[in-house]
Design a protein around this ligand. Structure first.
Ligand code: HEC
Length: 119
């Protein structure tokens, strides 16, 4: 019985450690690309294409501004943004961003719109 709890505990903590290392977050998968690659042309003062990405630099914006985020992901995934000549994120970074944002869409779909508005 003790052995069972010991093994279970080890597996659980290993899982938590791995999870903390590998699970992408807004801060690791999205924010750095927005800040490094996009913000220079899409900020409060320089709004290329009439777009300031400042308000999208918070995790909650993905569920709140889904249409905009779909456009942002589309531009990055197709390679349309950043424009030619600007250093772009690696394919792995793009992949992580796309996956994270899509994951947030899926999560948002599980929350009824009514309760989302209250939060
Ligand atoms: C060198 C400047 C520059 C950089 C860097 C840049 N953009 Fe743009 N972006 C533009 C310009 C100029 C336009 C408007 C013309 C066009 O659509 O090509 C635009 C348009 C857009 C639009 C369309 C806006 C609309 O409503 O039609 C989106 C979305 C966008 N950019 C997202 C991004 C994202 C995301 C990044 C970072 C991965 C990024 N951009 C990086 C210059 C830039």
């Amino acid at each position: 019985m003790n052995m069972y709890f010991l093994v279970y505990g080890l597996i659980l903590s290993a899982g938590l450690l791995l999870g903390a290392d590998t699970a992408p977050t807004f801060e690791t998968a999205v924010q750095p690309i927005l800040a490094k690659t996009c913000a220079p042309c899409h900020n409060e003062k320089i709004t290329s294409g009439e777009l300031n990405l400042g308000p999208y630099a918070i995790p909650g914006s993905i569920a709140q501004h889904r249409d905009d985020w779909q456009k942002i992901v589309q531009k990055i995934r197709t390679g349309e943004m950043p424009p030619r000549g600007v250093p772009r994120p690696s394919p792995a970074q793009v992949d992580a961003l796309v996956k994270f944002v899509q994951g947030e869409f899926i999560k948002a779909d599980r929350i009824p719109a009514a309760s989302r508005r209250a939060v």
